[in-house]
Design a protein around this ligand. Structure first.
Ligand SMILES: [Mn+2]
Length: 431
């Protein structure tokens, strides 16, 4: 597939779109110039940063459909025959990172995997442990929790899995371990809130002790599911308390879908930045709960407001501010490659729009309590169509002006190739 999405195919596809893009880019350039922004600076800024940001967390939609799960497993980069992440990165040029999920993404030889990935221009980001599902052959069930289980043996087993994830991650070149546990209860009174959190913290301290000095431990909270009455790390409050308890290497990860509807997530982000505890993000979108819908498919204004806080932190040189950006979505009715490309662009779109916020004006309106103009200042940036910047940045870095169309053209060629008779044959049919 990576061969099918060739440099020449991308160049061919770009040729027909280049003139129109140049016009749109010039038009946006003059629009932004009137507002005091240099489009070249923004495009370069994006190029510089986007190579570091937006790793794609390869996650299987395991909760939904085993058939889809199988299909997904066959498509991830670890199967040599299909190369989801390399194809995406080749087209969008901003997703060089992979966030492996263990044991789903376990291989026999991690150094061989790292070498293989590096040859494809990819690197590994945070490794994810999984103690929310029982694995075949494991000695102790996680039915009643993992790191916070009442059974010491189950807790030890969960700690041991996290330690092996760290070891695998060291080989891969990862610099963080993401820990999300499904521990919780379904009935009032089922668990002692304080004792269960104490057990979680004791286990987490053992994991933290094994985190290398140049690593971080990302703690991910989630309000509910699979437990529906209480969850041990249910919100950012408990999350940050645990991160503070553990130490400076522990930080709080924000998965956009892991909050109650209508919660002010951008404010949570600001709080975590202020107290040096923002680990990063699992981007996705949601309508009702942990829907894992494509990023930017529902609430694009919220995503922009989150990036408004992130760009504000960049401008202020906020201390210990280096969040990891990952996509954490499930795709049941779309091609994951197409959805992930779309989502990467939507996340970048929010970032670019946040760069356009007139921060001097905003600061003035905040100081003078001009609520309406403060809100309008944000809206002015949000309402700008920055698509030409995204497309130009992709083109200049060797990617596709229109990644979906180029991917579909490649897929079309692939189908032609697989349908084509091996030798000669009819002259009709395939054109
Ligand atoms: Mn997540």
């Amino acid at each position: 597939m990576t061969d099918i999405v060739s440099e020449s195919l991308i160049a061919d596809q770009n040729t027909s779109l280049a003139d129109r893009l140049d016009q749109d880019f010039e038009s946006l350039a003059s629009q932004l110039q009137h507002r005091g922004h240099d489009i070249e600076e923004i495009t370069k800024e994006k190029l510089r940063r986007s190579r570091l940001l937006f790793p794609v967390g390869v996650r299987a939609p395991v909760e939904h459909d085993s058939r889809v799960f199988q299909d997904w497993q066959n498509r991830v980069m670890f199967s040599r025959s299909s190369k989801t992440v390399p194809v995406i990165n080749k087209l969008v040029r901003c997703t060089p990172g992979v966030s492996p999920h263990f044991p789903w993404d376990r291989v026999d030889d991690f150094s061989e995997l790292k070498e293989h990935a590096n040859q494809l221009g990819l690197v590994f980001d945070a490794v994810n442990s999984n103690t929310f599902q029982d694995q075949p052959g494991q000695a102790h069930t996680y039915k009643y929790g993992s790191l916070g289980n009442t059974s010491k043996a189950a807790r030890d087993q969960a700690v041991a899995h996290n330690l092996e994830c760290i070891e695998w991650g060291k080989v891969l070149g990862s610099k963080a371990l993401t820990v999300w546990v499904g521990d919780g209860s379904n009935f009032p009174g089922q668990q002692h809130f304080i004792h269960s959190l104490e057990r979680y913290l004791d286990s987490a301290r053992e994991i933290y002790a094994a985190i290398p000095d140049d690593w971080q431990m990302f703690i991910e909270h989630k309000m509910f599911e699979p437990a529906f009455y209480s969850t041990i790390i249910q919100d950012w409050g408990t999350n940050v308390l645990c991160a503070m308890e553990l130490g400076p290497k522990a930080k709080s990860l924000v998965d956009l879908g892991h909050h109650a509807p209508n919660v002010n997530i951008e404010m949570i982000v600001a709080r975590l930045i202020q107290f040096r505890k923002l680990a990063g993000f699992h981007f996705n979108d949601s309508k009702y709960g942990d829907d894992d819908l494509d990023s930017g498919s529902i609430n694009t204004y919220q995503q922009f407001l989150i990036f408004n806080e992130l760009v504000d932190a960049e401008y202020r040189n906020a201390p210990d501010f280096n969040p990891a950006y990952m996509l954490d979505q499930s795709h049941n009715i779309t091609d994951p490659i197409e959805s992930l490309m779309n989502s990467a662009a939507e996340v970048q779109r929010s970032y670019i729009k946040a760069l356009l916020v007139d921060r001097v004006a905003l600061d003035g309106y905040q100081e003078t309590n001009d609520a309406l103009m403060a809100a309008n200042t944000l809206k002015s940036a949000y309402n700008t169509d920055v698509s030409p910047i995204l497309a130009m940045a992709r083109k200049r870095s060797g990617g596709a002006i229109d990644p979906i169309a180029t991917y579909r053209a490649a897929d079309y060629r692939l189908q032609l190739a697989s349908n084509r008779p091996a030798k000669g044959g009819s002259s009709s049919g395939i054109v």
